[in-house]
Design a protein around this ligand. Structure first.
Ligand code: PLP
Length: 450
């Protein structure tokens, strides 16, 4: 049940020169096989889809495979998968497609997390004027904590916001700033129950999985979610994003965004105005084999050409569960534990973890760890990150991480531009890297507080 870290790292050309990538929540390195597939697609099948000549048949089959693989990854049907240039663009598309199915007087609940699943809803509410919006606030994780920044989205703060008018709840499966698990299954189950009791007409959930999928396995059926999206450039792939859209939503909640003459009503394609980047959609078929390679059983993907389906999905799901268990174990033991322990040791110097700071660490905590330094004359974030940049061996960043409303809501207030300092490691980061990082960070913090 332990990751073979050398074999992991050997699959990422970007890791070869030893640079310590600590900004993976911004974007991960890319698996070798994904890179090869981009080149192969462009070299051998770069034509328009849908024609009957051989190369077009090949390009069509390759691009279709992108949805087949993504469906296997998230436990959906390929007919429920769409692609777009970015997660943000996909949410904007859904906000347009759902407009007619939100009735006057109904309400959307949003959070202060990454603006991708917040801004499009604020804009829809502003444009419509006759629909309401509520913000699910972050609340202290523990009443007794001396750290005012130890906050999270907690279900107790959501439930009172739900009324008979609640139509949509938009929230993240994981926070890209707090490193917190969004407990999607529990939130959706409880919120559906409460909405039913309060007489809501129709409640759907749109869940941002961008900061979740590098760390834990999505299961849309188990979650009972309606829309779930992520960006492949955070999951070892290129810049292309994908969304699961439940069949019932395709048929009952959304209007087509495609050209009026295309017979796509009720089909996922109606949410894809124009083609996605074909070479990128094909290239992401290198991600699932990579994840499977982390499991002990390492199953191959059995693909039936005649029906264009994967025939061993249950074997694949079991291997994915195992692979992600190894990822989670490595993250908790090798990445999260030493970092939280170190940052807590700097409490007297003003370091405050933003998010769950419990030690021993909660196994649900992701290795996306943010902190601020209180009590300095000038905000310390820029100074710390500049010090690390100057080492030329470590990459992290500071700022609001697009979780603007969350950072703005923190009390005592922190400078919005300087924001938090965030290190985000993933499973290819090693114990040695964490050790070097902590040594350098210690010098950086000492310099910033002196
Ligand atoms: C949690 C989260 N959601 C959404 C996004 C936006 O993704 P994209 O750049 O594909 O729009 C990001 C990007 O950083 C993110 O971290």
């Amino acid at each position: 049940m332990t990751l073979d870290i050398q074999s992991v790292r050997s699959q990422f050309p970007g890791l070869k020169d030893g640079f310590i990538f600590g900004d993976n929540a911004g974007g991960s390195q890319v698996v070798e096989d994904v890179i090869a597939r981009i080149s192969d697609y462009l070299s051998t099948s770069n034509v328009q889809l849908g024609a009957q000549y051989p190369v077009s048949k090949l390009s069509t089959a390759r691009v279709d495979l992108g949805a087949t693989h993504t469906a296997a990854l998230v436990n959906a049907s390929p007919t429920e998968i769409i692609f777009g240039p970015s997660s943000t663009a996909l949410v904007i598309s859904i906000s347009r497609a759902i407009d007619k199915d939100i009735l006057d007087g109904e309400e959307i609940i949003i959070t202060g997390e990454h603006e991708s699943n917040v801004g499009p809803w604020k804009k829809l509410v502003a444009a419509r004027k006759n629909i309401g919006m509520k913000i699910w606030p972050h609340t202290p994780i523990s009443d007794s904590s001396s750290n005012p920044y130890a906050v999270a989205l907690q279900i107790d703060a959501l439930l009172p916001l739900i009324t008979s008018k609640t139509r949509l709840i938009a929230f993240p499966a994981a926070s890209n700033l707090l490193g917190a698990d969004g407990h999607v299954k529990e939130v959706i189950a409880k919120a559906r129950e409460v909405a039913k009791e309060r007489g809501a007409r129709k409640l759907e959930f749109i869940v941002d999985c961008v900061a979740y999928t590098p760390h834990r396995l999505i299961n849309v059926k188990d979650w009972d979610v309606d829309y779930a999206f992520f960006s492949y450039y955070k999951l070892y792939g290129p810049h292309v994003a994908t969304m699961y859209v439940r069949q019932a939503a395709l048929q009952g909640s959304l209007s087509s965004l495609a050209h009026h003459f295309l017979p796509v009503a009720g089909k996922a394609y109606m949410l894809q105005p124009g083609g996605p980047g074909y070479e990128s959609v094909y290239a992401i078929t290198g991600v699932l084999p990579y994840l499977l390679s982390l499991s002990d059983s390492k199953p191959s993907i059995a693909f039936d050409e005649a029906t264009a389906t994967i025939t061993n999905t249950s074997e694949i799901t079991s291997a994915l569960v195992e692979a992600y268990q190894k990822i989670a174990k490595h993250e908790t033991e090798v990445l999260v534990t030493p970092l939280i322990k170190y940052l807590r040791s700097k409490y007297e110097q003003g370091v405050r973890i933003v998010g769950d700071d419990a030690f021993p660490v909660n196994p649900g905590r992701f290795p996306t760890i943010s902190f601020v330094v209180v009590g300095t004359k000038e905000p310390a974030g820029d100074k710390i990150v500049k010090y690390l940049d100057a080492t030329e061996k470590i990459g992290i960043r500071n700022g609001h991480m697009y979780a603007y409303t969350l950072v703005e809501s923190l009390k005592p207030a922190i400078d919005l531009d300087d924001g938090v300092v965030r290190v985000s490691f993933i499973h290819y980061n090693t114990a040695e890297e964490v050790e070097i990082f902590i040594e350098e960070l210690d010098r950086a913090i000492d310099g910033a507080v002196s």
